[in-house]
Design a protein around this ligand. Structure first.
Ligand SMILES: Cc1ncc(COP(=O)(O)O)c(C=O)c1O
Length: 441
């Protein structure tokens, strides 16, 4: 067999949570056809509004059928008509809300500052590659979205440097401070080249939001060190806590930040359209823009998908109705989830946005493992290997797939993440029962 490149070895390695998907997809739970199959509560999908979306897209296709031009190549950065509706009816109306008349405000309405890519993963990968040479780092507060490492590293060899957020057990929240970011930077910058800082806000996995004061401090820190500030705002429109609102980094930005700040968005989460593979980069940095302009051929979204999405976004009533419906479904399901956890006396971080519950089962995992391996010292904290063993048993024995805390770069083991929108409540409840039955019996 002819040999392959050295790179190919690295390309063909997958993290364990990706490998597990092979098992999960080959034995998917179905209440009638495969009741013993695996219930997948790990992947960030939202099925709660799928029926509404399918019906609406059917109507969009009837009202605005494909035209011959939609069969052709298009502007790979995003077709102009599509970007117009994206910017006017979604980004600027619901997320950025930078609607003033200053020259700087107008940048947020300029479609040429928006790049449509093949999912946010694709944006993250290309942005990391644009900012970092191989082996250089981007700081990310941890626990952090488990895909960042793969996205940064897989093809372009950039790296994640976690900034540990402190868990406050009196309020069950994680605290991020600019002092901690500075401390991490000072500790590592002597030996590593740190090129940027990424904040996932609203946060995956905790579901928490970071306010404008800390965001401002973080941008100022990045400017002081002359590194990039990346805001991953994928869950901006999935804020379901009625007492909270999200403030995008765009509202905090001043003219002087234009070269440092980049925003990532996607239709995968807020619009429940993971399969459409539509991610967005907003940037005013001319160097970054030149890269995305030149490489857009590798990141394009099909003309047909753009056509369909443009006609969905054009109808402001669709967008409005959808956002309201989604928020009410998120709150309803999240409340059921929390009730379940309260009944089981489980510590969880109170989410305000997003699709996840981040909860702690260290005590239950330890007891489970002590029954399995009586030699284990129950008084010692759970280790990463022990957490991993429970995660594997949950898939192999209990037929439920959740995400183990160590995948999110936590240092305290025993946390898990469930995507509470990945199944309707009856299936979700069976999945949770399976997990708790495994650990308790
Ligand atoms: C915070 C965050 N960023 C990026 C992504 C990637 O999303 P996409 O499906 O648009 O590639 C995800 C997906 O779960 C995510 O949660």
């Amino acid at each position: 067999m002819p040999s392959l490149s050295k790179r190919s070895e690295h390309f063909s390695v997958n993290p364990s949570f990706v490998l597990a998907m092979g098992k999960v997809f080959s034995n998917v739970y179905h209440p009638e056809n495969n009741p013993n199959g695996i219930i997948n509560l790990a992947v960030a999908e939202n099925v709660l509004v799928s029926d509404w979306l399918c019906k609406t897209f059917h109507q969009v296709a009837v009202d605005s059928p494909l035209l011959p031009i939609n069969l052709n190549y298009t502007n790979f950065c995003g077709e102009n008509n599509f970007r117009k509706y994206l910017v006017d009816n979604l980004m600027n109306k619901h997320i950025f809300k930078r609607l003033g008349n200053s020259e700087f405000d107008k940048e947020f309405a300029n479609i040429n500052n928006y790049y449509l890519c093949n999912g946010a993963g694709n944006v993250i990968e290309m942005l990391a590659a644009t900012i970092c040479d191989a082996g250089e780092y981007i700081m990310v507060p941890a626990p952090l979205y488990l895909g960042f490492e793969n996205d940064f590293n897989k093809r372009f060899f950039a790296k994640v440097l976690p900034v540990d957020m402190e868990f406050d057990s009196s309020s069950n929240t994680y605290k991020l401070t600019v002092e901690k970011v500075r401390e991490t930077y000072e500790e590592h910058s002597k030996t590593k080249s740190i090129r940027g800082f990424l904040l996932c806000n609203p946060n995956n996995p905790t579901g928490d939001l970071f306010g404008s004061a800390i965001v401002r401090q973080l941008i100022d820190f990045c400017k002081e060190k002359n590194i990039h500030y990346i805001s991953d705002e994928l869950y901006a429109l999935s804020v379901f806590d009625p007492n909270t609102s999200f403030e995008s980094v765009s509202n905090v930005m001043t003219e002087d930040d234009r070269n440092h700040v980049h925003v990532i968005y996607s239709f995968s989460k807020d619009l429940c359209l993971n399969g459409f593979r539509m991610g967005v980069l907003f940037t005013m940095n001319t160097g970054v823009k030149a890269v995305f302009d030149s490489c857009s051929y590798f990141m394009g979204v099909s003309s047909g998908t753009q056509h369909m999405m443009a006609n969905f976004l054009k109808n402001e009533e669709y967008v409005e109705n959808y956002l309201n419906l989604n928020k009410s479904k998120l709150l309803e399901q999240y409340t059921m989830m929390c009730d379940y956890f309260k009944q089981h006396d489980i510590t969880y971080v109170d989410a305000k946005a997003g699709l996840f519950v981040w909860f702690n089962l260290e005590r239950q995992m330890k007891k489970y493992l002590t029954r399995k391996h009586p030699e284990i010292d129950v008084s010692l904290p759970l280790t990463e290997q022990e957490e991993y063993e429970v995660w594997l048993d949950a898939i192999d024995i209990a037929a439920v797939n959740v995400s183990a805390g160590s995948f999110f770069k936590t240092k305290q083991f025993g946390w898990l993440r469930i995507c509470f929108t990945s199944a309707h409540w009856p299936t979700m409840k069976i999945g949770l029962d399976r997990l708790f039955n495994l650990l308790n019996h």
